[in-house]
Design a protein around this ligand. Structure first.
Ligand code: ANZ
Ligand code: ZN
Length: 827
């Protein structure tokens, strides 16, 4: 009787083995069906799958299976983002080599993923810490180096004292290390950079083509790139021939300038303070400001502080003598590192001027009160308006004045229009072991020389003591460190920095195309077939970092002539977090639910169904044990229903209904359910798709006893309904889908069966009469389109005048909606 009882473990083991033996999910290289590349962000092999993984992979797998049934040829790969600090920390703590730790974790996690029954083509597994992957990181790095896109410079970097490594700007979040939450410090080091700024304009421009991305992510990228157009203007120093060049986005405020402010790191400062009484005060201020973190220095709430340099500049139009200050809120990395301060119209300047008692001069007023200048404003007026006290520009709108002042100063040779980006070049050097060695040899005579391509990969050495102290681990391996210069063959040294692991994940989706390729990072003709990724799914925490880098790499690789596309991901779905007891599930909070335990108890299908049903994908998902049990009960019931049907006494022929011409409720319900589930999956509304299936199940289970005894024309419709229930459920609960499909007498595999289409004639324009009862008594009737959701029906019922009067002032205890036909309101 095992057919009758739902035993997920037996079913799941059996079908996982079937898929493996039959290579059900291997890409068919010979197929000519349209392609669909479904990609989920690959995991870091920490050792254990968590519910966040389950969620993202359940979504990806649903899409992959759905699209396969819809007639697409699927590429659905999985791999490991396998470099990174935790492996190195494990080596320091436990003495396990990072490679061993990582490979063990990968094996454990692969087993876990297999238990979820995910439809990956495991032949394409990519592991970034293996030399056959990272050699192509090195290859790409050298190609970039040859084009000036990878270069070295000394710079102030974000330094995490606890990870003992440099952090990219993107990796400092609110002043803290993104990984360990230590306060980031500032340090001067020579570093390798990738010139992402060379692509700033294209990265910004082509955001407009990404119609399949969430608005919020597009906006975050736009702000991160931070394009602003403005004016670079020269202010001659009063006591010397030198000039200071400032950058402003508000040339219209030029007549409101009352001081200049220069970044503490600015190389002009020594010249300004030479032989000045203010010298010592300035130097001690600079020291203090340089210790302040960049993100703190850009925050709105920063206490604006500064010091007078003793030097003056002349206003380029009025010739007025203007004092020059050093200010902590002026950054060296943005614009020219010097600003013209307009306290009346910029809040930072206003706070600074108020603190140090500097003049505040209003030059812009709101349109309606032209000419009436407020005596002493309480805050900066930063909006648009009309110019006052601005010589020949007085009376112009701010917008016109910006153009006019740019034009005028440009004509006079005082300045020029300029576009600035907030985006900085990407610092990729890391002083750690477990990453890709940067393939450069430093030679006293020849400088930085790339390792010849034929000598790649530069392998990570294994003779490293892991102490966690004393700088870069690679510098402690003499066999690694010493190398002959590829150009002059003299004794030279290898670069000991490794690459930021975000380098690895910037192109892994290309390696999946031809993971075993040995002549290039990927095969061009395969790329032409599969790119771009049709659907990318992952966490919104990568909205800037990974997604921006991957877009940058795509453009660089296209410029190397390796592929045509310039944007990697056509559609992006960013899923929310999994939370429990109001907090993100995490080890440190002790609120983790172990997927393994759940799978052992309820089966993978239940866990998957729950995570798709509990919340829309882009929203946070609140963990609920009841929800898991609910999903299990639902699958148990479907199993029972299909068993009941397939073990009925009188076996009717199971066929499709298109030709029967019998219009029944059941047939209509089937058609409507197909429509709803299909459309809901297409728009990522998985929870409502599952609701539709639940309604469909309810309908069928209430009809079954009666339907089984009916005449044969009805039998066909019933058989078709059972088929459809199983087909539509199968991408959500694939193991059960296979099992029931077999029970219904079909050959495997259901994953290869065409997704059903519906007949629009049965779902369009059909109206049903809905009866509204209050406490069981009929109060009203109205017509609604068939298939209208319960929520909307309920809303309309409550809006019926008679119902509204009856309900007014009373408390509604419960509302029952029966099959979209009857609504009973209990008061
Ligand atoms: C005068 C002015 C008047 C400004 C005014 C603003 C308002 P966005 O738009 O974000 O690009 N700025 C320029 N370089 C800076 C630096 N290195 N550090 C800190 N601030 C800097 O910002 C451009 C504005 O930020 C510029 O326009 C400049 O202040 C300031 F009513 O110049 B503005
Ligand atoms: Zn040399």
């Amino acid at each position: 009787m095992s057919d009758i009882e739902y035993q997920p473990q037996a079913i799941e083991t059996r079908w996982q083995a079937y898929w493996k033996v039959n290579q059900t999910f291997c890409v068919d290289a010979t197929s000519s069906r349209p392609k669909y590349y479904c990609l989920e962000m690959f995991p870091y092999p920490s050792g254990k799958i968590h519910m966040g993984h389950v969620r993202v992979y359940s979504i990806g797998d649903l899409m992959a299976r759905f699209k396969t049934m819809r007639g697409f040829d699927l590429l659905h790969p999985m791999g490991w983002d396998a470099f990174g600090l935790p492996a190195e920390n494990a080596a320091i703590d436990k003495g396990v080599p990072p490679a061993d730790w990582t490979i063990q974790n990968i094996s454990a996690m692969r087993v876990q993923l297999e238990k979820l029954g995910l439809s990956y083509d495991w032949d394409r597994e990519v592991t970034t810490c293996l030399p056959d992957y990272y050699r192509w990181n090195q290859w790409l790095f050298i190609k970039m180096f040859e084009r000036g896109l990878a270069y070295q410079k000394e710079s102030t970097v974000n330094w995490c004292p606890s990870c003992e490594t440099v952090l990219a700007n993107e990796q400092v979040i609110d002043g803290l290390c993104w990984r360990c939450d230590s306060t980031a410090a500032q340090k001067r080091l020579t570093q390798w950079f990738l010139k992402i700024t060379a692509y700033a304009e294209e990265l910004l421009e082509s955001l407009a083509t990404l119609s399949g991305w969430p608005q919020r992510v597009l906006l975050m990228q736009k702000n991160w790139i931070g394009k602003s157009s403005g004016l670079e203007l020269r202010f001659p120093l009063s006591e010397s021939k030198d000039t200071l060049t400032i950058f402003t986005t508000r040339p219209d405020t030029l007549f409101g300038v009352t001081f200049l402010c220069i970044a503490p790191e600015h190389p002009m400062i020594p010249l300004l303070i030479a032989e000045k009484a203010e010298r010592t005060a300035v130097l001690s201020f600079i020291e203090k400001a340089q210790g302040q973190d960049k993100t703190v220095r850009t925050s709105l709430t920063l206490e604006k502080e500064g010091v007078f340099t003793g030097a003056y500049a002349n206003h380029p139009l009025t010739q007025e003598r203007i004092p020059i200050f050093v200010g902590n809120f002026v950054l060296m990395e943005y614009g020219t590192g010097i600003i013209m301060a307009v306290p009346a119209h910029d809040q930072r300047d206003f706070e600074f001027a108020t603190k140090y008692n500097l003049p505040i001069r209003t030059v812009i007023v709101p349109t309606q009160e032209t000419e009436s200048v407020p005596p002493s404003p309480l805050q900066a007026y930063t909006d648009e308006g009309v110019l006052v006290q601005s010589d020949i520009f007085t009376g112009l709108s701010t917008e016109d004045a910006r153009k006019a002042i740019c034009k005028y100063t440009e004509k006079e040779g005082l300045g020029k229009e300029k576009i600035h980006y907030r985006l900085r070049d990407w610092g990729v050097s890391r002083q750690r072991y477990w990453g890709t060695p940067i393939p450069i040899i430093h030679c006293k005579q020849c400088g930085a020389v790339p390792v010849p391509l034929a000598d790649l990969p530069v392998r990570l050495p294994e003779d490293i003591p892991f102490t966690g102290k004393g700088g870069s681990p690679l510098s402690q391996s003499p066999t690694f460190l010493n190398a002959a210069c590829p150009k002059c063959h003299l004794q030279a040294f290898r670069e000991t920095d490794t690459m930021d692991t975000f380098f690895d994940s910037s192109w892994y989706f290309l390696r999946y195309l031809s993971p075993h390729e040995t002549h290039a990072p990927f095969d061009a003709s395969t790329a032409a077939r599969w790119l771009p990724v049709d659907q990318y799914i992952g966490g919104v925490e990568h909205a800037i970092l990974h997604l921006l880098y991957a877009r940058f790499f795509t453009k660089v690789i296209a410029d190397l002539g390796l592929m045509e596309i310039r944007e990697p991901f056509q559609n992006l779905l960013t899923q929310g977090m999994v939370i429990k007891d109001g907090a993100k599930m995490s080890k440190s909070k002790g609120n983790v639910v172990n997927p393994d335990v759940l799978i052992a108890q309820y089966g993978a299908d239940t866990v998957r169904l729950f995570s798709l049903f509990a919340a829309p994908p882009e929203k946070d998902l609140s963990w609920s044990d009841d929800g898991v049990q609910g999903a299990f009960r639902f699958l148990t019931r479907v199993h029972k229903l299909v068993s009941r049907y397939s073990h009925r006494d009188h076996k009717a022929s199971v066929g499709h209904t298109e030709n029967t011409g019998v219009v029944s409720d059941m047939h209509r319900m089937t058609q409507r359910t197909i429509k709803r589930v299909t459309e809901d999956i297409e728009k990522f509304s998985f929870n409502t798709a599952i609701s539709a299936l639940m309604e469909y199940y309810n309908f069928l289970s209430s009809e079954i006893e009666y339907a089984i005894t009916e005449e044969s024309s009805y039998q066909e419709i019933l058989g078709s309904a059972m088929d459809h229930l199983v087909l539509l459920l199968s991408p959500f609960a694939p193991h059960l889908g296979e099992s029931l499909w077999e029970m219904l007498g079909h050959p495997p595999s259901i994953s290869q069966v065409a997704w059903p289409s519906y007949d629009p004639a049965y779902v369009a324009y059909e109206t049903v009469e809905v009866v509204v009862q209050i406490n069981g008594k009929i109060k009203a009737k109205f017509n609604a389109q068939a298939g209208t959701s319960d929520d909307i029906l309920q809303e309309r019922a409550l809006a019926e005048p008679k119902v509204a009067t009856a309900v007014a002032g009373k408390q509604i205890k419960k509302v029952f909606v029966v099959k979209g036909r009857l609504i009973n309101i209990v008061l």
